[in-house]
Design a protein around this ligand. Structure first.
Ligand code: UTP
Length: 474
């Protein structure tokens, strides 16, 4: 197989000839694989990225006028706002009944911290059964479709690495009772990993070390995959965006959707009151009238610790990565078939093939992966709406196997949320002396979507919760 002179020149001009070191020893399919990967790269752009993000550390400029972003509080501040929230909730429900909302789950990440072999969405997270993360979302989407009388199309972004396994999991589980035609998988882009010396790393003689390009890749992938066209065809104007590791998230939230619409927002976000100045959540900020998220590691300590006169944190708003995106905003941003969001550098231990063809598994970080983040689209939106969420009802991230933000803490939060729903519905929940639910409760999301559903469920079933026991309500 021949390498075109143009490609050879581009590779050489960028100082990356080592990626062709094994080319002549490869069989035809190996050669084709490597050539396909190389042809997909823009070597000029890559050179700039390497100079800016790898050979030196990018400096995050903090704008001098940076302030906290305004948001709608969890509970309306006064009766006027109370009436507005009621109107918004009704508007959200109207949009759901009209079938104007689809769901979008980003599931292309590698889930390295969880250390689980398989796509993260297949992880068993049920407090009692092995119900998977995907099953939680699927159940919620199914129930919301029934509740509002309009089936919801579910867009799932995977990566090249986990697409096949993800689709297979859905087939094995009969799409969790969803209409398979309403589940739309699409694949995000990849970025090559780069060693600290600025050279592209090879994962094998016939392959670059490629990894998903971050959830910022979602927007362009929506266009390239035909998902955006489908939204136009189906008359869907809003996408409810959430991450694959948060089974507590309401898949659709009428108040959030209604406020997004009434505020004519292009991109909206849920914010949570941070538990402390340095909690590891992105911070909602505003500069020159544009909302943006500054990562926790980039917010200067003097701003992170700044207090209001009443003692509360000035930069209180943290991001749980729950968004609404207007279809027309996505269409506008990606109109030219490209979208440049800033890159973020992550230093990683990246296994690679050295010049002698030996596999090296480094003990220390040896290179950089570049990712773009969806929240960097916020400052590109003409209008942004931020709504405060109730942490214990919307955010239980499963990042690690144990400890903080782990499968364990997530299961506890699911049980506690279920306990609160049932208590509000008049069911007695046994609790320990320190107030924790003393029974493991799992509720099938396809049976109960929200507290109203829980009330109806409790009215129609004899629910008893034995102390120290396990109960599955479905
Ligand atoms: P995380 O930042 O938690 O990354 O992703 P991760 O890859 O899942 O986990 P670690 O860092 O390797 O442990 C947040 C969300 O964004 C998705 C993930 O699937 C998760 O839902 N994501 C992340 C993508 O869809 N694509 C990406 O390239 C990165």
């Amino acid at each position: 197989m021949e390498i075109t002179p143009e490609l050879r020149r581009a590779v050489a001009d960028a100082g990356q000839e080592h990626v062709l070191r094994f080319f002549d020893q490869l069989d035809e399919s190996g050669q084709r694989r490597l050539l396909d990967q190389l042809s997909a790269l823009d070597f000029k752009e890559l050179e700039t990225l390497i100079a800016e993000y790898v050979l030196r550390r990018p400096r995050i400029e903090i704008p001098p006028d940076l302030g906290p972003a305004p948001y709608f509080p969890l509970h309306p501040a006064d009766s006027v706002q109370g009436v507005y929230y009621q109107r918004a909730r009704a508007r959200g429900e109207e949009l759901l009944r009209a079938g104007a909302v689809s769901c979008l789950t980003v599931a292309g990440g590698q889930g390295t911290r969880l250390g689980f072999d398989g796509p993260k969405g297949t992880y068993p997270i049920g407090p009692v059964t092995d119900r998977s993360l995907f099953a939680y979302f699927a159940g919620g989407i199914r129930r919301a479709g029934e509740k509002y009388g309009a089936p919801i199309t579910w867009y799932i972004m995977t990566s090249l690495l986990n697409r096949a396994a993800t689709e297979e999991f859905f087939r094995q589980h009969d799409f969790f009772g969803l209409d398979p035609h309403r589940v739309f998988f699409f694949t995000q882009g990849t970025m090559p990993a780069i060693g600290y010396d600025g050279r592209l790393l090879l994962a094998a003689p016939d392959s670059l070390s490629l990894s998903p390009d971050g959830h910022g890749g979602t927007l362009l992938a929506l266009r390239k995959s035909g998902a955006l066209d489908r939204m136009f065809d189906e008359g869907v104007s809003i996408l409810s965006y959430f991450q694959v590791d948060n089974p507590l998230v309401p898949v659709v939230d009428p108040l959030f959707i209604g406020l997004h619409d009434l505020e004519r927002s292009e991109m909206s976000a849920i914010m949570l009151a941070k538990t402390g100045p340095f909690e590891k959540l992105g911070n909602f900020c505003v500069s020159e009238g544009r909302v943006q998220i500054i990562e926790y590691s980039d917010l200067p300590p003097e701003l992170a610790e700044k207090r209001n006169p009443d003692g509360s944190l000035a930069f209180i708003a943290g991001s749980p990565a729950i968004h609404l995106l207007s279809r027309d905003f996505i269409a506008h941003l990606t109109a030219g078939g490209s979208l440049k969001l800033p890159w973020h550098r992550a230093d990683k231990k990246i296994p690679y093939i050295n010049d002698r063809g030996e596999k090296v598994t480094p003990a220390e970080p040896n290179g950089v992966k570049l990712e773009s983040f969806i929240f960097d689209a916020l400052p590109l939106a003409g209008r942004v709406m931020v709504l405060e969420g109730d942490r214990k009802s919307v955010f239980a991230p499963t990042k690690n196997a144990t400890g903080v933000d782990s499968a364990e803490s997530c299961r506890t939060m699911l049980v506690e949320r279920n306990a609160r729903w049932l208590e509000a519905a008049g069911v007695e929940v046994p609790r320990t002396a320190d107030g924790q639910a003393d029974v493991k409760i799992e509720i099938a999301p396809e049976a109960v979507l929200d507290s109203d559903d829980a009330r109806a469920y409790a009215a129609g079933h004899a629910v008893t919760l034995p102390r120290g026991g396990e109960v599955v309500l479905d």
